[in-house]
Design a protein around this ligand. Structure first.
Ligand code: URA
Ligand code: SF4
Length: 221
C-alpha cells in the first residue's frame, strides 16, 4: 500500500520533518508534482488549519495557501479573529494532484483519493504530534476524512467542536503527545468552495466559513 511512514524520521523536529518530506515517495504523486509542500507556521501555534493539497501556485512556490484559496482563507481568518501568527497551515496531502489540460499548459486540480490521503497521513500526524495544538480546523472533506475517518461528512458536522482522535494508530499510554488526541477539531468548508460558488451563493458560503472559524477562535479565547 502507499505509505509515507518509511520516510518519516522518528524523533525529528519540524524543520527535520520538512526536510525529510522533500524526498517522500510514499505514493505516486511526487512524480508529477514540482515539490513537496509542507506545513508552514510557528511551532508555538495554538491552532492548526488543514487543507486538502497544494494547488497550482503552491506547487510552484512551495508554500501552502499562497494562491486564490489562500486569499479567501486569510481574509476569513482575519474576520473570524484568528491571528495568523497563532496558526500553522498545512494540508492533508502534500503533493499537488492534477491532470494536464488536453490543450494548453493548464494543470487541472484533481481531488486526492483515500489511498493518497492515507499514504500522506503520517506527515500530518507527525506535524500534529509536534505542534500539539489546542484546536485543529479541517478545511473541507479531504482534511475531514484524513483527521476523522473516511465516513466523516463536513456538511453534517461542521461548525461544532468535536474531540479529535489520535492519528497515530494505537496511541500511547498516557494519552498525550499522540498526534492530536486530546485536542478539539472544528470542520468547515474548503475556501475554494467559496470561489466555486456562483455569485448568488458565494456570500453565504463565505459567511459560513467565517462563522465556523469563529467557533474555532472562541475555543482559543
Ligand atoms: N488548497 C488547499 O487545500 N491547500 C493549499 O495549500 C492551497 C489550496
Ligand atoms: Fe509522500 Fe504525501 Fe507526497 Fe505521497 S503526497 S509522495 S505520501 S508527501
Amino acid at each position: 500500500a502507499y505509505d509515507a511512514s518509511p520516510f518519516v524520521p522518528s524523533g525529528a523536529g519540524l524543520d527535520a520533518l520538512r526536510k525529510a518530506a522533500a524526498d517522500c515517495k510514499g505514493c505516486p504523486l511526487f512524480r508529477e508534482a514540482t515539490q513537496t509542500v509542507f506545513g508552514a507556521g510557528e511551532p508555538s501555534a495554538r491552532v492548526v488549519l488543514v487543507g486538502e493539497q497544494p494547488g497550482d501556485q503552491e506547487d510552484r512556490r512551495g508554500r501552502p495557501f499562497v494562491g486564490p484559496a489562500g486569499g479567501v482563507l486569510m481574509r476569513a481568518l482575519d474576520e473570524s479573529g484568528i491571528d495568523p501568527a497563532d496558526a500553522y497551515i498545512t494540508n492533508a496531502v502534500k503533493h499537488f494532484k492534477f491532470e494536464q489540460a488536453v490543450r494548453g499548459k493548464r494543470r487541472i486540480h484533481k481531488a486526492p483519493g483515500l489511498r493518497e490521503i492515507g499514504a500522506c497521513r503520517p506527515w500530518l500526524a507527525a506535524e500534529l504530534r509536534l505542534l500539539d495544538p489546542e484546536v485543529v480546523v479541517a478545511l473541507g472533506a479531504t482534511a475531514g476524512k484524513s483527521l476523522m475517518g473516511s465516513s466523516f461528512r463536513v456538511s453534517h458536522e461542521r461548525g461544532v467542536a468535536l474531540p479529535l482522535p489520535s492519528l497515530n494508530g494505537g496511541g500511547d499510554e498516557d494519552g498525550e503527545g499522540n498526534g492530536g488526541g486530546g485536542g478539539l477539531l472544528v470542520a468547515t468548508i474548503h475556501p475554494s468552495a467559496v470561489l466555486r460558488s456562483d455569485a448568488a451563493a458565494r456570500e453565504e458560503a463565505y459567511a459560513g466559513l467565517v462563522s465556523d472559524l469563529r467557533v474555532a477562535a472562541r475555543l482559543l479565547d
